[in-house]
Write a protein that binds this ligand. Sequence first.
Ligand SMILES: CC(C)(COP(=O)(O)OP(=O)(O)OC[C@H]1O[C@@H](n2cnc3c(N)ncnc32)[C@H](O)[C@@H]1OP(=O)(O)O)[C@@H](O)C(=O)NCCC(=O)NCCS
Length: 151
Amino acid sequence: MATGPERGVATLRARVAIRPCDLARDFVQVVRIYRANDWTHAHDPPRLRTAIERSDLAIVAVQGEEVIGFARAMSDGAFAVYIADILVLPDHQRQGVGRRLLQALLDHYPLDTFHHQVLVAERGAEGFYRRHGMVPVSTYGLTAFIRARGR
Ligand SMILES: CC(C)(COP(=O)(O)OP(=O)(O)OC[C@H]1O[C@@H](n2cnc3c(N)ncnc32)[C@H](O)[C@@H]1OP(=O)(O)O)[C@@H](O)C(=O)NCCC(=O)NCCS
């Protein structure tokens, strides 16, 4: 029988489920997660809803009836996937929920088929992605370019 940290991980797996986001059922709680993390997306819920509807894949982490995490990705379904957002309710962070959401997205777009999985890391989140095998594009001698509003 597992003890210590192993038992903690097993308990988390048992009580947190990852499933596709059902907007009719989950949207209000998803907005709550954006709001709780102070993301501007929460200021314009209709636009956020459009963004989620048009994403290739949107998933939630649920504990009982509560949605505690959300993630979405955009993809051409062949070569490229862009991990758009991963968010966990602050009270549930650092408990392995983000890891499970990210892993579910990465597994959905496997590198034996897809050429690359990319994302733009928020300030402070770099360590999270590094822990999951993601590296700065410069590692491959590449440069990523961005135009962004308000930065
Ligand atoms: C970033 C975020 C999604 C991580 O989710 P989480 O559930 O807190 O992370 P987990 O508990 O699954 O962490 C998995 C591993 O990453 C590490 N980790 C988590 N957040 C980290 C951070 N900000 N910096 C460094 N390491 C981090 C954990 O310590 C853990 O390490 P371990 O494998 O050694 O145990 C979550 O903190 C969050 O919602 N942040 C606010 C929104 C945000 O910035 N999202 C990222 C958008 S780019």
